[in-house]
Structure formats: C-alpha cells, structure tokens
Design a protein around this ligand. Structure first.
Ligand code: FES
Ligand SMILES: [Fe+2]
Length: 444
C-alpha cells in the first residue's frame, strides 16, 4: 500500500515531476523505425512523457524528433514538407533540420535572418536508431550509453519488434508485466466449471500412452494448479530478477524467471532453452496511457515466416491491432468479453493473453489507487519494483545517477523457465538456467 503522495510520485512522469526527472535520465523507445519507413516520408506526431513532438526522417535517412511548433509563429510542423534534409513549415517556409537548427528563414532579408537564426532553433531530442526502434533521450546534457538489450544486437532476421497502445498509467502496466502470479487465474482456462490449464481448455491433444509431456506444455497445468508461487527477488546492476517457483507433479519446482530493468522494461518468462525471448518497454504517452514496445527474438536462429505472421495477426504479447497500433479489443468495447466463453473455456472470456493483461491493467483505473490494496508474498516483485523506483527518485534528487543508468552492459540479460530441485538455492537455479554469460552474475 502507498500513500496518495507516494502513488503520485510513482506514477506521474510529466515535466517537473520527480519520476518524470528520473525517466528523462534514460533512453526511451519513441517509435518504431518502420513508422518512418523512408527518407522524406510523412512526419508523425509523437507524445512522450506528456510532451508533444514531431518526428521525421530526412533525405539522408536520419531521424529527427523536434518540438512541434515552428519558431516563427507557432504553426505545427506536423503539416510541414519533409524535403531537402529538413522539415519546412508550410505557413511561411522556415525550415528545420534533425538537430532543430533553423536552416532557412525565407521571410527575412539575409542579414536579419543571420541575426535571428540562433534564436529560431527549436528543441530537438537526442536520437538513436537501434534494434528497429527509434530511441530518444529527453534529458539535459549528454545521453548515457544505450542499454545493451540482446534483441537489438542480434541480426535483424532474429527479431520482431512492435508496439501497442495501453489505456492506463505506465506503472500498473509494468506491475502486470512483472507479476507472474496472475497467470494461474487471468490466463487460465475453464472446463466444466473448473479452472484448468489454458492449453487444456483450448483443446490440446491428450497425451498418448508412453508419450512424455514436455515441461513447456506441463507448465501451463502447473500454473493453473498452483496460484501461490513463491517469489525470490534479487537486485542486480540493471534492476531486479524475479524468480517465481511453483509446485509440479513431482518433487521438482517450476521456476518462471522475469527481469525488471530500470526504469520501464521487463523480459518476460515462458521461454525454455532454445526458445524465443520476449521483452516489453512501457513508455508513458501521458499519465493515463502508454505505448508498450514489444520485442520477440531468438538468440540462436532467424524467426520463421510463420512466427512473424502469427504475431502480426495477434498472438501472445502481440494483440490484434489496427494500423495505428490500437488493439481491437480495448477499453471502449470491454475487450469484446464473451460471457459464454468465460463460462465454458477461458477464465476471463477475453481472447488473447495480451488483451487479458491489457483489460485487467486498465480495469484498475486510469491510475491505480494504491492507497487501497492488500499485498502478500506473491506481490513481492511489485513491492521491490516500487522501492527501486523510489530509490531512483531519491538518487536523482541527490544529484546521483539512478539505478541502471551507468550499467548499459548489465541489460544484456535473458529470462525464462526451468525446473529445479526444491532444496536448490535460487542463484544456483539462475546460473544453471542462464549460465554466467546471461544470468544475474553477468548483470553485476
Ligand atoms: S509559422 Fe512557420 S514559417 Fe511562419
Ligand atoms: Fe499476463
């Protein structure tokens, strides 16, 4: 439970807010590279942390993210002409490059233009294009090193990157991402009125005699059966690793391992060795909505055409969406909840894992009221996340770098699932699953 003041501190990221100051220390995914598909393509409007911008790709392919209003008389540069290495205001023709420099002032005589030019520059963010994502740094001074996420370092054929609109505050959506306890209910199935594995409810093929059930399939049953996973949370240089262990059919425990990486990223559980990795970044648009950037990648092989087609259509963390990245199932239509389906096959009656997550995060309110909640052991990750965010606010106020800012290399991590003996120490479980190169050890 938080006080009302703490809840505001955690959630609000506008200009001049304590958490807004923290966010402005880090790189933020601003848009997908494919939203600016070619040199001199149409500019796009952009809202980040409550601030408005226009983004464009110039003739040389460089991306600029600039304040939206022309310095002459404030016309919107969204309507500008993207031509000849700059964005030209269509009102009277002033022109700006990707750094915000005013490179043409055709309404003024040359000598006056030269005098006015320095004052005519507009704000431009520091921008980097990396991993098919346009990253922006909204802070003052020099940007830090880019966090070394694996998805951005693998060959392009190994990754699929998208984004989706979430219609609530960023922090409760992050809390949903790192709260892996909820899979036992929110993503469960129903059969004859009884909660069962999602796979069973969706009609998975029954095991044949003598056939071994792979843990990737059995895990859905273990999740449905054990709604009280035990959480261990370990701090590392980039954030937190959260290990949730559940009972299995035998003596071993089933571990789902999630990474929280400062200030707004997570790597999702659910993958087994050799499988695809999944990650998310929650970027506040304003205090009541955020973009969730979603990454899928395989460290060992290119993604298949089938996998890409499935994600484009909507599967797993990727919802079915309109062309503007708005999920088809959303606040306005109650996520197309089907009460008959809720009675007969899925716990929520809402189709899609991503849609179930979105619905329930939105349902907590535009900003969840954390003055009224009752947290228990399965919420340990949430508690540690909030503590880390408050620690970052304190560090920033004291003029120190917040957690993870100077640890770009420590973001080179993986998440995933494993089985372990019940007496195994969590650090040993993590080492055995991820190895030194990708485990917690690598992040310290
Ligand atoms: S307002 Fe942009 S050139 Fe006049
Ligand atoms: Fe979920």
């Amino acid at each position: 439970m938080l006080t009302a003041e703490e809840n505001r501190t955690l959630t609000l990221t506008g200009l001049g807010t304590p958490m807004g100051d923290v966010f402005r220390c880090y790189w933020m995914p601003a848009l997908l590279s494919r939203e600016l598909p070619a040199p001199d393509c149409p500019p796009v409007r952009l809202r980040l942390l409550g601030e408005d911008f226009v983004a464009f790709r110039d003739t040389d392919g460089r991306v600029g993210i600039v304040e939206p209003h022309c310095s002459h008389r404030g016309a919107s540069l969204f309507f500008g002409r993207n031509e000849g290495c700059g964005l030209r205001c269509v009102y009277h023709g002033w022109k700006f490059d990707v750094h915000g420099n005013c490179i043409d002032l055709p309404t003024l005589p040359d000598d006056v233009a030269e005098r006015v030019r320095p004052r005519a520059a507009i704000r431009a963010l520091t921008v980097a294009e990396w991993g098919d994502v346009v990253w922006a740094y909204l802070g003052d001074g020099d940007a830090p090193e880019l966090p070394q996420f694996e998805f951005a370092t693998v060959p392009q054929s190994h990754r699929y990157v998208s984004k989706k609109l979430q219609q609530c505050n960023w922090a409760q959506a992050v809390e949903g991402g790192i709260d892996t306890a909820h899979f036992s209910y929110l993503h469960a199935g129903v059969e004859n009125g009884v909660k069962v594995s999602l796979l069973q409810a969706l009609g998975s093929r029954p095991l044949q005699p003598g056939e071994n059930e792979p843990p990737s399939v059995a895990s859905f049953r273990w999740m449905a059966n054990d709604g009280m996973p035990h959480f261990d949370v370990i701090e590392h240089d980039a954030g937190l690793v959260l290990a949730a262990s559940r009972k299995t059919d035998g003596a071993d425990l089933y571990y789902r391992v999630t990474q929280f990486l400062m200030p707004n990223h997570s790597l999702a559980p659910g993958s087994w060795p050799g499988g695809n990795q999944l990650g998310n970044t929650w970027v506040p648009i304003d205090d009541h909505s955020c973009w969730i950037f979603c990454y899928a990648w395989n460290p060992e092989r290119p993604l298949t055409a089938d996998e890409r087609a499935r994600w484009e259509k909507g599967s797993g963390i990727f919802p079915a969406m309109d062309a503007d990245f708005a999920p088809r199932r959303n606040r306005a239509n109650d996520y197309l909840i089907d009460r008959e389906q809720q009675r007969r096959s899925t716990y929520t009656g809402i189709e899609g894992i991503s849609e179930q997550d979105a619905a329930i995060a939105d349902s907590q309110g535009l900003i969840a009221d954390r003055t009224r909640e009752l947290l228990g052991q399965t919420d340990l990750g949430i508690v540690r996340f909030r503590q880390m965010m408050f620690g970052a606010v304190e560090a920033r106020a004291a003029g120190k770098p917040p957690h993870g800012l100077r640890a770009a290399a420590a973001y080179r991590l993986r998440s995933g699932d494993t089985l372990a003996r019940p007496d195994a120490k969590v650090v040993d479980v993590l080492d055995a699953r991820f190895g030194e190169q990708w485990g917690v050890g690598a992040a310290r």
